[in-house]
Ligand binder design. Structure first.
Ligand SMILES: *[C@@H]1O[C@H](CO)[C@@H](O)[C@H](O)[C@H]1NC(C)=O
Ligand SMILES: *[C@@H]1O[C@H](CO)[C@@H](O)[C@H](O)[C@H]1NC(C)=O
Ligand SMILES: *[C@@H]1O[C@H](CO)[C@@H](O)[C@H](O)[C@H]1NC(C)=O
Length: 549
């Protein structure tokens, strides 16, 4: 009797520990990652060494439905360890699948790993990209679109079709390794970008975006570049914003939209103009030289291109450029009446009324350490450990994690240093994080595992007085927030997702040079309803080699 009960209980535990939602559909992908020559800078430029997935640059697009189980086998045929991360996919209870250096051992050359995860309760526009070693500078990224289940309405009429635009800056280099050497040498940051790309080309050929006159289309835009902010616009057409990183904003109409490094959004365009071809323009923001990429919105049956100049960018000169951008950012507001898969952690709808458990003030900097320029958060420059932090925590391996070793306020007195800090936070805390930018370049910050409310953007040094300016009613929820030069951005986040989560610069050279850290969201109560156990196929490396799964 007791034995039967025990085995039943074990069975229940095992079921809970495996992928939730066994009834949800499964989608299987096998992706082979290789180098291959690409020419995004045009045929006259020497071919560059790209990172291809199944021979493609950009990589294949995943189209899936909320709660689908995705099984992606990544076969690494590069000569370097490799990982993919799923940007904006929250990996609920499952930071094991996040695919960053602090959660996963890299896939060794010649080996493979099968990611297993659900786009649990999410709808929207996301991307995946390589998280290690500046691979992202050579490709390996692609779109990940999560569509709603038929039973869950989105707050706009179904578009006739949707178009995916991966926009991003691109660099003159023979390979990612060449750019990486520039950073490793400690000489400084990246050279200026050579081009801006839409879906891997400066002028995508043909008419990738074809629509019927009178119909409405959804444009999904993600900034997959290394650092440049991008503005997107469609000649002669208004853009109705309907999604920001998996949440539904108030549906304002814009002439153009800024998308900063690591961000995504989606807008509707109605083909209500004379039947012609119109330019879909992306251009860099806040760069010394404005780089432009142009694609075509083709009205089916049209034979001519719209006359006249391309739509003009927003003001390009500082400070007007920044004022324009921050005003637009402040106009993004959360649609409080829109339903979604589940836009808000349960119980936190009135986020402005929740008591904050603590405030974390993070200042970025670019100190010189041991003669090399690095990037740091509150004076600590992150060094990737040989043993992923998640494994070190799981197996109680000593001497990997430096618990709480980064000050939660800038410490002006301490000398900058290298380290591997993890901030310990309790499950269900409600935390205020302020990102302070003391430099004269744009910053962008991303948190894995979560959405957060962006309650304020401001100038200068943040002080507690600034809380009076917060939007505590309908701030936009998202996973990546820009921080303007010599300014701050403040977020509130409900820590409802247990795991080891990367908080990082989405400006990719800064991330590579150490502007990142990890948050461990945890409770002493061990339960599969809080967090899944280590996957049986997890790669073990560093000090975890040979330990039992
Ligand atoms: C993944 O690796 C395993 C173990 O080496 C191998 O048996 C399997 O065929 C590989 N799968 C793919 C798709 O290459
Ligand atoms: C990139 O290389 C091309 C030559 O192929 C050159 O004309 C251009 O100025 C370079 N751009 C940058 C930003 O270095
Ligand atoms: C908010 O969403 C609702 C649908 O739930 C929609 O009817 C309404 O138009 C949206 N409001 C705005 C201002 O976008």
């Amino acid at each position: 009797m007791a034995a039967a009960f025990l085995s039943l209980a074990l069975f229940a535990l095992a079921a809970a520990a495996s992928l939730a939602g066994a009834d949800d559909p499964y989608r299987y992908y096998t992706w082979t990652v290789t180098y291959g020559p690409i020419t995004p800078l045009g045929a006259t430029h020497p071919p560059q060494q790209g990172i291809l997935i199944n021979g493609q640059f950009p990589g294949p697009r995943i189209d899936c439905v909320t709660n689908d189980n995705l099984l992606v086998t990544v076969v690494n045929l590069l000569d370097e360890p490799f990982l993919l991360t799923w940007n904006g996919i929250k990996q609920r209870k499952n930071s094991w699948q996040d695919g960053v250096a602090g959660t996963n051992c890299p896939i060794p050359p010649g080996a493979n790993y099968t990611y297993k995860f659900q786009a649990k309760d999410q709808i929207g526009t996301f991307v995946y990209f390589p998280s290690l070693a500046l691979h992202r500078a050579a490709g390996g990224f692609g779109a990940l679109n999560v569509y709603q289940r038929p039973a869950i309405p989105v707050p706009y009429p179904p578009p006739a079709a949707d178009f995916t635009l991966l926009v991003g800056d691109w660099y003159n280099s023979s390979s990612h390794a060449q750019l990486r050497r520039t950073l490793d040498s400690g000489a400084g940051s990246l050279p200026p970008p050579a081009a801006l790309l839409i879906n891997g080309a400066q002028r995508p050929s043909g008419s990738p975006f074809v629509g019927q006159p009178g119909k409405t289309y959804l444009f999904r835009v993600s900034n997959v570049g290394l650092r440049a902010s991008v503005n997107v616009r469609v000649q002669g057409h208004a853009l109705r914003l309907v999604e920001v990183e998996g949440t539904h904003p108030v549906q304002n109409v814009y002439a153009s939209l800024d998308v900063h490094a690591g961000q995504s959004l989606a807008f509707l365009v109605t083909l209500n103009q004379p039947a012609m071809d119109y330019a879909v323009v992306a251009s860099t923001r806040f760069t010394p030289q404005e780089l432009t990429a142009v694609a075509t919105l083709h009205y089916a049956g049209a034979t001519a291109a719209a006359p006249g100049p391309l739509p003009a960018p927003p003001p390009a000169q500082a400070p007007a450029s920044y004022v324009w951008s921050v005003n637009q950012a402040r106009s993004f507001r959360w649609n409080l009446t829109a339903s979604a898969a589940r836009p808000n952690p349960q119980g936190s709808f009135h986020y402005g009324a929740i008591r904050r458990s603590r405030t974390i003030l993070l200042a970025s900097s670019a100190p010189v350490l041991a003669g090399r320029r690095r990037c740091a958060v509150n004076g600590v420059s992150f060094v990737v450990p040989d043993t992923p932090l998640k494994l070190a925590d799981n197996y109680n391996i000593a001497d990997v994690i430096e618990w709480d070793s980064v000050p939660l306020r800038p410490d002006g007195g301490a000398a900058p240093r290298a380290g591997t800090p993890v901030v310990r936070l309790d499950l269900h805390e409600f935390v205020e994080v302020v990102f302070q930018n003391t430099e004269s370049e744009m910053q962008s910050w991303h948190l894995d595992g979560y959405d957060f409310w962006v309650v304020g953007y401001g100038n200068g040094q943040w002080t507690e007085m600034q809380r009076q300016t917060y939007n505590l009613v309908d701030a936009q929820a998202r996973h990546t927030v820009q921080v303007y030069p010599n300014g701050w951005s403040a977020i509130l986040v409900s820590l409802d997702n247990q795991g080891m989560w990367n908080l990082r610069s989405a400006i990719w050279d800064r991330q590579y040079l150490g502007q990142q850290l990890y948050l461990r969201v945890w409770t002493p109560e061990q339960s599969f309803s809080n967090e899944y156990s280590i996957p049986t196929n997890a790669i073990l490396c560093g000090k975890a080699v040979g330990l039992p799964h």
